[in-house]
Design a protein around this ligand. Structure first.
Ligand code: GPP
Ligand code: MG
Length: 279
């Protein structure tokens, strides 16, 4: 295996995540120890914006967290069925939120990989605290070159991480790792080939996270080129907009809310789930 960080770009991404301590992620995660690095799905309860001012912030934050956890639950629905002895990979595992939810739900083994050493240390600390470190483990590895055994995995997911990598390289590695019939689930933001190239709002999102959002078409080309056959494609855009509307009015807004809302409203960007099987 070559070194984990191969390029200057990867080093700059690792740097960003090694230093990231934003309340929009930490205050939400502190609620129940599930620290997410993805967005939310579903309607929010409008009453959180009203009621006693003293508890308003806290109630909005709890509601954002509930929607983010609901998002990971939807992702895991598309991995089912998973048995206790199955092995899963969380590719770009962040602080581990989705990995812990998968282990809780299926009892299965989960390996998470991240190019951020501080995220890996944080997530392994959470695994110890939660008493699941025998089954949920995080590694400082590159998802393009995980070093895991060929054909060893029942399932892989990427929860908003594919915008950091070349999809052809990524799916070549996933095709190597998945057993025949293994499942891959992706939730991502992608730009719309129909409206044309990268819109200004999408470029602002790229700039904010140092990422490179792919066009929708690129996912299907890269999956097909690597023996990964889509079984479900779900446009989650309408279901994620309430999250952004609430987040824009929250005390933990980061400034990226307007570009997301603009991109979704103008149709230049989609929030997409793809489930595919390894053949
Ligand atoms: C970060 O989640 C997610 C990304 C960097 C991927 C970009 C996603 C797209 C759909 C384009 P986060 O929870 O760390 O972000 P934030 O700090 O804004 O909540
Ligand atoms: Mg977040």
């Amino acid at each position: 295996m070559t070194s984990v960080l191969r390029t200057d770009y990867q080093r700059s991404v690792a740097d960003y995540w090694n230093n990231e301590r934003d309340p929009v992620n930490l205050r939400l995660g502190d609620i129940d120890g599930l620290y997410h690095h993805h967005y939310g799905l579903g309607e929010y309860d409008p009453s959180v914006l009203e009621g006693p001012a003293a508890t308003r912030d806290e109630r909005i934050i709890a509601e954002l967290h509930r929607l983010e956890t609901a998002q990971a639950d939807v992702l895991l629905d598309y991995l089912e069925p998973v048995a206790r002895e199955d092995r899963l990979l969380d590719a770009g595992s962040g602080r581990g939120g989705t990995s812990f939810m998968a282990n809780q739900r299926f009892g299965s083994f989960v390996d998470g990989v991240s190019i951020s050493e501080s995220q890996v240390a944080f997530a392994n600390g959470q695994a110890m605290e939660r008493g699941v470190s025998d089954r949920v483990r995080f590694h400082f590895r590159n998802m393009l070159d995980t070093g895991l055994e060929s054909g060893s995995l029942h399932g892989i997911w990427t929860n908003e991480t594919t915008m950091y990598v070349d999809l052809f390289e990524l799916y070549q590695e996933f095709a190597r790792l998945l057993r025949h019939g293994g499942r891959y689930v992706c939730i991502t933001g992608c730009y719309n080939d129909v409206t044309g190239g990268r819109s200004k709002a999408v470029s602002r999102i790229d700039e904010h996270y140092t990422c490179n959002i792919h066009p929708r078409s690129e996912y299907f080309r890269a999956l097909a080129a690597n023996g990964l056959v889509p079984i479900n494609v779900v446009d989650l855009t309408a279901q994620t907009m309430p999250y952004w509307e609430l987040r824009a009015q929250s005390p933990v807004a980061t400034g990226i809310e307007e570009p997301f809302l603009t991109a979704y409203r103008e149709g230049s960007f989609h929030y997409l789930l793809i489930a595919a099987d390894r053949i």
